[in-house]
Design a binder for this molecule. Sequence first.
Ligand code: ATP
Ligand code: MG
Length: 753
Amino acid sequence: MDYLSTLNEPQYEGVVNTEGPAMIIAGAGSGKTRVLTYRIAYLIKEKGVDPFNILALTFTNKAAREMRERIERVAGVNARNLWMGTFHSVFARILRAEADRLGYPSNFTIYDTDDSKSLIRSIVKEFGLDDKVYKPNVVLNRISGAKNRLVEWKEYLNNPLYAADDAAAQKPEMGRIYKTYCQRCFKADAMDFDDLLLNTNILFRDHIDVLNKYQHRFKYVLVDEFQDTNVSQYLITKKLSAVSQNIAVVGDDAQSIYAFRGANIENILNFEKDFPDLKVIKLEQNYRSTKNIVEAANSLIARNKGQLKKSVWTANGEGNRIELIKSVSDNEEGRFVASAIFEQKTQNGYENKDFAVLYRTNSQSRAIEEALRKSGIPYKIYGGLSFYQRKEIKDLMAYLRFAINTNDEQSFRRIINLPKRGIGATSVEKMVVAAFEHDIPLWEVLTNIDSFLPGRVANAVRDFVTLVKSFQIYVSSKDAYEAANHIAKTSGLLKELYDDKTVEGLNRYENVQELLNAMKEFVETPEVEDKSLAAFLQEVALLTDQDNDDPTDNDFVSLMTIHASKGLEFKNVFVVGLEEDLFPSQMMLSSRADLEEERRLFYVAITRAQENLYFSYALSRYRFGRLINSEPSRFIEEVDPNYIFVNTRYGSREPKLGRSEQPPGFSSSFARNLMATKKPQAKKPLQYHKPSADFRPSDTSNLAEGMKVEHPKFGFGKVSKVDTEGANKKAKVIFEDFGEKTLLLTFAKLRIV
Ligand code: ATP
Ligand code: MG
């Protein structure tokens, strides 16, 4: 019973009241995750529940791993059989077991975002549509939105509301693309990420016996980060716990940061309706952070209107005020962060792992990385272009995936002419289309290629088929490592990389070796029961941004986006790039709801810090390939200035301000003046334009010089130049109040007036 004595009273209630529905909506750092962890430990240890009957859904696989270790440590129980992981990983596992119910084989492929986009690209091309109008990521977002609201393509096509919406967005063919996209995925025996949830819902809806089975298996369901579940996820958990009613969810509405991906805060409100016996528990004491940090966070989030009322306090010490660091450029910002880390380490004995640098977008990591590297401070980036997104890795993975699922269209496209076999794009298209038109599996086209393609190409395809068949024998008889090693060698991939003696070529070769090493490690891990290639691929397909960490060496500074930092804590946290248009992001300024989501994101960032917190902004930064002047983020001023002090120690190139520390209570306008004096060009009115009531972004694909436009923030202006070169279409606009701005048309919300 020892571990229970560390809990405060409401936490204890949350742990020991295991029967019936329970919900904890409480502030950051108040121990929500701890309550979930201990509740599971309690169920197993004190209530004798079989871990097999417990389902715990976490935000990342890493969080699940940590929870499992924690449970074993605090309660000394074996938590190995717990069903624990992300929604995607847990339900992928269930879908594999029940795949035949949905007409899928159990070895279905999971398409990642790249696969999905390239499938959309080919469909748009086949339909003869303009890929500037039907941009793959825009189309994918719309499909994803529909799936997460459980709108299947049939309903989408039949419902005039969607057609009207698509017409308004100048994408009248959306429904047809959605339909074909689904059919092509199905044909390829593939599911995309959203399908994992949608299909689970369909499975439980159409197969009551299957639902029953899992309702009885999962006698206890627990969900962390409940505020970020979408409708599809919510329905799954609701159905699973409909019989037992033993569902416990924890979350914080103030940390809801995935609305843009369909997360639905209404779930919190619906939960009370769906489970009338609900026991609601409040946690108010924060154990993570100093008083300064807790109060600073409270002062910020109070500005959001759409918020459940709650108070958060802490018994922790007051701590230091938040340090505000200003730099002239993003590179200088990197150097300041590096020197602050160095100083903290040498003066206060912190280790590298006590630091995190958080930013709004992945591309901001470059300057920070450079500075850390120069200072010899080890760091690790979470997210971004991860190992598994590199071309050479994707190439080998495509071979592996295809050996397991020979209908996987995206993998097929990647490898059919790699290394070169003289099979051109037109032939590839013919094969894919043939499978679709004759309604037969792709593999059947390949194995009967003579009926579809003429002589020389057919020969090449036949050789390819023989090769793949030989791979299949390996895959079915050897473990993941041996099979992959064989495939890498026999496919010719390794050789091609080996023959490329450039530095990049060498790098790519090493990366492939690294992948093979990872597989070796996988098959040699005693806990791994299923050592097959399929099991390895499944694991990799579901890695999330935060999961790529290396447990062997863990003393490094963490660099990640704020989104990826959810649920984590660090002794020292730097929030960098606090500049208007970057954070809050320019894309999120069009409505109060969007701005509030950005503010919640800032709240998440602040509340990751345990001891010391830094805010940093730069007056200029390279973005989209050019130097852009920037203004400090409005968010800096939204934090009560009592908790901030302006650090000028690092401002080497700037005139000193006379004092390095502000007395408590310096006013917000003082802070603003301070910023203004340091940057004369920031004299622009901080009052931005208020968009007209009927403001609605126009389609800018035909934007031309001389047109008059309205921007939600900069107001009215005239287009002076449209630059269509390169992938990013840009426009120069001279605004009446804000002068000339260069806008990236993918992101800019413009109304043509
Ligand atoms: P977030 O909203 O960021 O996910 P959370 O509410 O899940 O936060 P936890 O991560 O569970 O909070 O807890 C925050 C920190 O406080 C952790 O380090 C945890 O171990 C510690 N903590 C929680 N409850 C107690 C307690 N009763 N006594 C001591 N430490 C505690
Ligand atoms: Mg948590």
